[in-house]
Write a protein that binds this ligand. Structure first.
Ligand code: CA
Length: 231
């Protein structure tokens, strides 16, 4: 899962990003409304934490713009005051939830889990495909048929999660690069190929029947051999 934190208090934004990263999320930060809005519009985020008082564009304006562009990414708003008007305004602008500052990071994370769950981005401890199981807490993949298991590196884990959340769908190299490398570096498509090959080796290592198939000139697909496994 990839989270965007739009918050102009650098220290708070960075603390939140670190807390999400610790829980194996990818987290990006934006420090003003305008750049946050542009980042959000890429559509690569599974949830957005959005402060109300922001330079350039306030949180309500950002949210209205996103909803106007038909982005239904779950949004949790951070309001400075616990005034009813602020909460109503936030919810009316299309927020899924709000939290009043100051708050505990643990509560914010629980609320993010709740709103992504409500949007159907199911957050269990594991994702499965046939006999393949990805443990989201421990970052391991296992073969449930032979109990073989292996630890994944950070990027391998993100890649596997992306495939398991989009089963039997072709994911383009561009989508993989954007979702996993995002804005943090110049995501070369070479990176994608390198990590696909690492991940394939690990799938082989545990004897998984699922495989990452290359779709020439388009991207990749996680699939089970025909007739094998269950969806
Ligand atoms: Ca602020």
């Amino acid at each position: 899962m990839r989270i965007l934190i739009i918050e102009d208090e650098f220290s708070l934004a960075d603390v939140l990003a670190a807390a999400f990263q610790k829980e194996n999320y990818l987290a990006d930060t934006a420090y003003d409304g305008e750049s946050g809005c542009l980042q959000a519009l890429t559509g690569i985020y599974d949830a957005i934490v959005l402060d109300v008082m922001l330079p350039k564009m306030n949180g309500y304006e950002v949210l209205k713009k996103l909803r106007k562009e038909n982005m239904d990414t779950p949004v949790l708003m951070l309001t400075a005051k616990s005034e009813l008007d602020d909460k109503i305004k936030g919810l009316d602008s299309g927020a899924d939830d709000y939290l009043t500052k100051p708050f505990e990071t643990r509560e914010l994370m629980a609320r993010i889990r709740a709103i992504t769950r409500r949007k159907g981005i199911v957050e269990n401890d594991s994702l499965t495909f046939g006999d393949l199981e990805l443990n989201l807490k421990q970052c391991t993949i296992s073969n449930t048929a032979n109990s073989q298991s292996v630890q994944l590196g950070k990027k391998e884990f993100q890649l596997m999660e992306l495939f398991l959340r989009n089963q039997n769908q072709i994911i383009t190299r561009e989508q993989i690069a954007e979702k996993i490398w995002g804005f943090e570096s110049d995501a070369e498509y070479n990176n994608v190929e390198v990590y696909i090959s690492f991940t394939r080796r690990k799938l082989n290592f545990i004897g998984a029947t699922a495989r990452i198939k290359a779709v020439r000139g388009v991207g990749y697909l996680l699939e089970l051999p025909s007739g094998g496994g269950k969806k």
